[in-house]
Write a protein that binds this ligand. Sequence first.
Ligand code: CTP
Length: 411
Amino acid sequence: MTLSAKRILLVIAGGVAAYKALDLIRRLKERGASVRVAMTAAAQEFVAPLSAGALAGGKVYTDLFDREDEHDVGHIRLARDNDLIIVAPATADLMAKMAHGLANDLASAVLLAAKTKILVAPAMNPAMWSHPATQRNAATLKRDGVDFIGPNAGEMAEAGEAGTGRMAEPLEIVAAAEALLDASPKPLSGRTILVTSGPTHEPIDPVRYIANRSSGKQGHAIAAALARLGATVKLVSGPVTIPDPAGVETVHIETARQMLDASLAALPLDAAVMVAAVADWRPETEANEKIKKKAGEGAPALSLTENPDILAAIGHHANRPRLVVGFAAETTDIVANGQAKLKKKGADLIVANDVSPDSGIGGAGGVMGGARNRVRILSGDGVDEWPEMDKDEVARRLAGLIARMLETVTV
Ligand code: CTP
């Protein structure tokens, strides 16, 4: 059992998702972990400490000044003797306290005193999650080395509310905990890999830009999958609404030229995986002020100029990574077009996908923005057709293929 004999402290904060923490306790115990539980005062409004205690098989810790425990500084002890601390659900409030080092209740004091790894599973209303204050706190915590799982997109408990803010499912949290605690050598340990993801925005004026439908889902999933195999991953992401993947160093950019600079700055690398849907063209000039409608003058003409090709710049670089993987977004002649890109861009592999909105792949609207993908892997050796699957599964398989290729590709 992967979590066998692992000591886990579960901190439950106050949110509707607290009921899922009970299932999480069960799942962790099923896998052989010993689980201790601390709950905030608000958490106890959602689930009874007795339920959590019964499932965990022990006392639930709730008070900073517990007469029985505090004579030997119990909260410090609770913070120690753990292999991992999981905060699930993590509320905006508890994340804010963690980010600022507040310690005015047992949960926050334990988290401040902890020296072990911490895995946070946020759960809150989408407006609270996307609020700059919460995003700032999440970024601070990531910089401090805290790992995140979720939040996921989907329906919220509040009727009619949807967006990103749902707590990751208990099994996803378990998988993240297993990955964090897995000390076995991994196939990509010691490798540094660049991933580009998402669209680019090319400004027309201060308020308008040219963009495309890329969501960043496939690129972010690949970055996460490579990190899970032990790689040091540098992700250069265009503007997306999904969270930065856990365990990945993410640089946020807007334009193709910024993406090129950030990608070149990541060299030297063992591999580069260019998933971003880079805008091929940008407006030749960016107006300093918002372009106004002028009576009688009609629409302004937009004159475009070509953007640098980032994949080609890396693929033909003097300091080229050993393995260069490109994507090909096609709507016609997918294999022939993809194969032409292999040579032109100096790539070892091209992952070709059909991005026609009516391809029937990826759900309504097609692969771009959808959750699923069907890809063909093109290389000098020919074409390998993969069946349609979730983008996470495409990512997992591609990361495995990259690991195998890095083993065999000679310098
Ligand atoms: N790419 C890039 N920089 C660009 C354009 C594309 O790095 N300026 C990369 C993409 O990240 C992808 C690959 O090149 O890995 C192919 O992208 P795609 O849009 O399919 O090809 P294009 O070069 O744009 O060719 P076309 O639009 O003519 O199909």
